[in-house]
Design a binder for this molecule. Structure first.
Ligand code: HEC
Length: 285
């Protein structure tokens, strides 16, 4: 009996490919670097406001944990702490993003208040350091380590939006549907014949099987290595974004090769009963 179910899987794969191209463009837009806006008003205020605004912001928001004179308490000592003076971005990053027991102040304090309090703690209780302005932060944020850039794909999104998750899901469903369909076409042949299917595998087929099994091991090792590298990145400060593309690619290759191995096994190594499908159905499963 002739099959009529090979067209839909091809259409599904075509749709998946189109979605893939659309997604690449969406992701690309997300990864385009946003120009850092340096507000001259905030720059000008930074060197003037810290003794007044800075002190006020500190006693309202920070003194409870870090002490009125930066001597420490629930939070660490700020007075005389070398890193705060040496690292131009540490205090700014802590105040905006928070860490551990310290809350993030981004959105709670105004831009100029953040610079004021950062400059206040860098220049009080015997501390002495350069004044930090948005220009300082802009300059520091453009110096991403080349090692990190090398390990980061161009297509890693900063964040995935809801509609992108939806598109990815549809893409994966279409792709799986298409591949399973093509597989059953390939494994079961053009004609569905009831009876018993006996297989004799040739050396080429055995070699292909061995190559696929080796591939599973290789991509498995690559996946574990990438995960360990990315885990180290998470622990680092500042956090190094994980290379999601590589992780996903290696994991997908492992899954894909396992599927290929099963397919090869069914096609070339397994004796099986061949069943006739319902002739009226378009879909094979
Ligand atoms: C609820 C308590 C709490 C408040 C409020 C708080 N902090 Fe902190 N702060 C912490 C803790 C805890 C840490 C240590 C975080 C870590 O490294 O795990 C910390 C760390 C820091 C550091 C880094 C110190 C170092 O040596 O690494 C700076 C700078 C800092 N805080 C400044 C501020 C400023 C400025 C404010 C007010 C805008 C503030 N903190 C408000 C608890 C607090």
């Amino acid at each position: 009996m002739e099959r009529n179910d090979a067209v839909m899987p091809s259409v599904a794969i075509f749709i998946a490919a189109v979605l893939g191209v659309i997604l690449l463009f969406l992701f690309n837009k997300e990864t385009a670097p946003t120009p850092v806006v340096v507000d001259p008003a905030v720059v000008a205020a930074a060197s003037k406001e810290w003794p007044t605004v800075g002190q006020q912001v500190f006693s309202t928001n920070c003194a409870g944990c870090h002490g009125a004179n930066g001597q420490g308490g629930a939070g660490p000592k700020l007075a005389g702490t070398e890193e705060i003076m040496k690292d131009p971005t540490l205090a700014y990053t802590r105040v905006t993003k928070g860490k551990g027991g310290m809350p993030a102040f981004e959105g709670k304090l105004k831009d100029n208040e953040i610079y004021a309090v950062v400059n206040y703690i860098r220049n009080s209780w015997g501390n002495k350091a350069d004044i930090i302005t948005p220009a300082t932060i802009a300059a520091a944020s453009s110096t991403i380590s080349p090692e990190v850039l090398k390990n980061r794909s161009r297509f890693v999104p900063e964040e995935i939006k809801l509609y992108e998750i939806f598109l990815i899901t549809v893409l994966l469903i279409c792709l799986s549907y298409g591949l399973i369909g093509l597989y059953s076409w390939w494994a079961e042949g053009e004609m569905l014949v009831p009876g018993y299917h006996r297989t004799r595998s040739t050396p080429v087929q055995v070699a292909a099987m061995v190559a696929v099994l080796l591939g599973i091991v290789v991509f498995g090792v690559l996946f574990v290595r990438q995960m360990m590298f990315d885990l180290k990145g998470w622990a680092a400060d500042p956090i190094v974004k994980p290379n999601v593309t590589s992780e996903g690619f290696y994991a997908a290759m492992v899954v894909l090769l396992i599927a290929v191995a099963i397919a090869l096994y069914k096609k070339f190594f397994m004796d099986s009963e061949v069943l006739v499908e319902d002739a009226s159905g378009e879909f094979p499963w």
